[in-house]
Design a protein around this ligand. Structure first.
Ligand code: DQA
Length: 147
């Protein structure tokens, strides 16, 4: 089984960027930890981060019939991108939406997501651990996905 971890714009700045909201871990550290957890579960995790909508969309298209589950933090595109939403609908790969910060505690423009109503679930406000919880969920539900 293959799982894809997708991170959107500015998440390459994790660790340096607004640590009060996003914590002190770098994206590389998060990806490494998650890859390790996946490996222990016998799962192949691919990690991809991009700052542009185009690159994220292309990566989702490449995943068509290649990937069993997506864990995505669309970052600012959460609140703006119909195109990214449509890409996920196009490939029909189940996904969990993750946010490091609790977006509901923040500015009103962060309260709406173009993804939540089509996601298997949404995790927010639990920091980098949110990705681990999403992975656990994905692993538990993979057999059903492959039916
Ligand atoms: C974020 C929340 C978004 O509102 C913000 O634009 C981000 C990161 C989070 O992980 O908390 O870039 O998705």
């Amino acid at each position: 089984p293959r799982i894809l971890l997708l991170n959107g714009p500015n998440l390459n700045m994790l660790g340096k960027r607004e640590p009060a909201h996003y914590g002190h871990l770098s994206l590389a550290a998060i990806e490494q930890q998650l890859s390790e957890s996946a490996k222990q579960k016998g799962i192949e995790l691919e990690c991809f981060q991009a700052n542009s909508e185009e690159k994220l969309i292309e990566r989702i298209h490449q995943s068509f019939r290649q990937v069993d589950f997506i864990i995505i933090n669309p970052a600012a595109y959460t609140h703006t991108s119909v195109a990214l939403r449509d890409a996920l609908l196009a490939v029909a790969i189940p996904f969990v939406e993750v946010h490091l910060s609790n977006v509901h505690k923040r500015e009103p423009f962060r309260h709406h997501s173009y993804f939540s109503d089509i996601a298997e679930g949404v995790i927010c406000g639990l920091g980098a651990q949110g990705y681990e919880f999403a992975l656990q969920y994905a692993v538990a539900h993979l057999p059903r996905i492959n039916e």
